[in-house]
Design a protein around this ligand. Structure first.
Ligand SMILES: Nc1nc2c(c(=O)[nH]1)N[C@H]1C(S)=C(S)[C@@H](COP(=O)(O)O)O[C@H]1N2
Ligand SMILES: [Mo]
Length: 370
């Protein structure tokens, strides 16, 4: 017979509503929310770097890995959190609800922790499913709630540390039921991982049945995030020119000029979307640094890449010196052996190493040196 802690006896007779299960799930959740916080901050500050900071352009796949961890890890956390809530909910229903001022604060903290955790996982999930049922701007809400969540989590860990330590260090009298429950939860997390991780880890692409995008699936064997049609781009006029402004010389380059006046290079680089999917591709194009140097850009300049797209949040992006000096950074004209598809940004698009997908601007028509 399993002896349950006094606080959890009563109507809730399953031995799984106990401190040992709660402790192990808590450790796993602490690790996964901690990872999500760090990788989330990386993603945020790559998209919004402070003035005094420039991200390096290497390692090439750094963002691909951190964002994959963020999204796949976040998805795998869903069963963990549900199991934890199920394990501890009898505690939430205990009577009287508040025993002292200290207890009231502790309960308020738990409420914030549970609310923020559910909010982060739900909004993250909706976002990668391209479903926006909420009235707020996802990145802002998800970003600020992360601080609330991590703050509440740190206090919670400090409160529970001694108890959790004691619990996991002692041997249970009968651990079979608990172990089976924890293994089931781990298996659920594993199942979520296996059915989604292929969206970024291409050897498992075929198993990624729950992922909205899969490597290899799309025009020119690459997924598309926003189609040309969705961006309001139906055709590119023959009079299209790439304008390079703000340097010593203004350039106006036709597609023909780009092909003939600069050396063409072929590089293998990933698109790594903020929403978690990523895929490697072979890009052919002109080095951004060759164009900028031809326009007389100062070596320390930043460059704004502008799309022909009229509206949209991602019609422009900034390129800092570490990225445009890198020989891997291209204005791509071709992809996987053929000219760039309109959906992938024809007539030319930016592709750079270690850069969030939202900043790999498509349908480029202007470079502004600042
Ligand atoms: N002009 C413009 N460029 C854009 C976008 C956009 O909405 N508008 N979406 C970005 C996003 S979110 C991603 S992940 C990549 C995807 O590139 P692909 O559609 O060629 O795979 O393009 C980026 N470039
Ligand atoms: Mo993206």
């Amino acid at each position: 017979m399993v002896r349950r802690p006094e606080s959890l006896t009563g109507r809730f007779t399953s031995p799984l509503h106990d401190e040992r299960v709660a402790a192990w799930l808590g450790i796993a959740l602490g690790l996964s929310f901690g990872t999500a916080f760090v990788t989330g901050l990386i993603s945020h500050f790559m998209q919004h770097p402070p003035d005094w900071w420039q991200w390096p352009s290497r390692p090439v796949g750094f963002y691909r890995v951190t964002q994959g961890l963020h999204v796949i890890g976040g998805l795998a956390t869903v069963p963990l959190l549900l199991a934890k809530l199920w394990t501890v909910y009898p505690k939430l229903l205990r009577w009287p609800p508040v025993r002292s001022a200290g207890h009231a604060i502790e309960r308020a903290l738990i409420l914030v922790l549970v609310g923020a955790s559910l909010f982060q996982l739900a909004t993250g999930l909706f976002n990668i499913a391209y479903w926006y049922p909420f009235p707020f701007f996802f990145p802002t809400a998800h970003y600020w709630t992360a601080y609330i969540l991590i703050g509440a989590l740190v206090i919670h860990i400090a409160n529970e540390w001694a108890k959790v330590r004691r619990t996991v260090m002692t041997r249970p009298e009968d651990g079979v039921g608990r172990r089976r429950f924890l293994l089931t939860v781990a298996a659920a997390g594993g199942a979520v991982t296996v059915t989604t991780v292929g969206e970024t880890f291409s050897p498992l692409a075929r198993l990624a049945v729950l992922a909205p995008r899969r490597p290899g699936v799309g025009p020119q064997a690459l997924p598309v995030n926003k189609t040309a049609q969705a961006a309001g781009i139906t055709r590119v006029a023959p009079s299209w020119r790439l304008h390079v402004l703000g340097g010593e010389a203004e350039l106006s380059l036709s597609l023909q000029d780009l092909h003939t006046r600069f050396p063409l290079h072929s590089e293998r680089l990933p698109i790594a979307c903020v929403e978690g999917w990523s895929a490697n591709a072979t890009w052919e194009g002109v080095r951004l640094r060759d164009i900028l140097r031809a326009a007389g850009a100062p070596e320390g300049a930043r460059v704004r890449v502008e799309s022909m797209e009229r509206g949209g949040l991602y019609r422009t992006s900034w390129v800092a010196p570490p990225h445009w000096h890198d020989h891997l950074t291209l204005l791509a004209l071709g992809l996987n052996g053929s000219p760039l598809d309109l959906d992938h940004g024809h007539p030319c698009r930016l592709i750079a190493p270690n850069r969030p997908g939202v900043q790999q601007t498509k349908w480029v028509h202007r470079l502004v040196i600042a």
